[in-house]
Design a protein around this ligand. Structure first.
Ligand code: HEC
Length: 203
């Protein structure tokens, strides 16, 4: 192979790599994979994915009393789905979102007020969009995550209150402006944030 042919081959290779759409990249690198018995293989490298937000002591009912134990949840997403969201304001197929729960601790080391996150993981849940359908999984070991079958309150709450495509983008500060820009906010969420219009007075 002479030098010109080699240069052509290399530049063609770069073109092929660069032309991959986010969805194609997802299926190569960070798409969901399943075990032979139908469970999901948990993406245990999710700490190298994109960080979206942390909630502290989130509760969906008005607080009755001070919570007896305090917890953080941290949300991550696979990089190819995140890149796709940056361009479109919504999630492509092969999106995996991870909710990691950790106890909030105080006092630890030099910290005297406020809270830091525990080393041990208290819970790991996944929200996966595959072949157009969203499913929840509970990570039960490093090698297996079990499907949470419908009906379950997970599906009801996410479908009725989440801002984009059944995910809680209203709490992910880097994503909410993009969904607003691209008009991908769900009608359920828009109804919740829009005050009811006053009845028109007859003239
Ligand atoms: C009453 C409402 C409600 C219910 C029920 C609920 N969630 Fe969520 N979920 C939320 C909220 C709010 C967030 C945003 C968390 C944050 O901002 O840290 C969230 C975020 C998540 C995420 C991160 C990705 C996303 O979709 O935004 C996962 C994964 C998740 N929940 C799994 C579950 C599972 C599994 C269940 C059922 C066992 C469940 N949830 C039940 C309200 C709910």
């Amino acid at each position: 192979m002479n030098v010109i042919k080699l240069a052509l081959a290399v530049s063609t290779l770069f073109l092929i790599i660069q032309s991959g759409t986010p969805v194609e990249q997802a299926s190569i690198s960070d798409a969901p994979t399943y075990t032979s018995d139908g469970n999901l293989v948990p993406p245990m490298q999710y700490r190298q994915w994109i960080y979206l937000s942390s909630g502290l002591d989130m509760s969906y009912t008005p607080p009755q009393s001070t919570p007896s134990h305090s917890a953080f949840d941290n949300v991550f997403v696979n990089p190819s789905a995140y890149r796709s969201f940056l361009a479109t304001g919504t999630w492509p197929d092969k999106t995996t979102l991870v909710l990691e729960r950790r106890a909030a601790e105080n006092p630890v080391s030099i910290n005297k007020s406020g809270h830091t996150q525990a080393v041990g993981i208290a819970g790991l849940e996944l929200h996966v969009k595959d072949r157009g359908t969203w499913s929840f999984y509970n990570v039960t070991s490093e090698t297996s995550a079990k499907l949470i079958p419908r009906p379950a309150d997970c599906y009801t709450c996410h479908e009725q209150h989440a801002a984009v495509d059944t995910t809680f983008v209203q709490f992910y500060p880097t994503l909410l402006p993009l969904a607003t820009r691209d008009h991908t906010l769900s009608s359920a969420y828009l109804r919740e944030i829009t005050p009811p219009t006053a009845p028109q007075s007859a003239k």
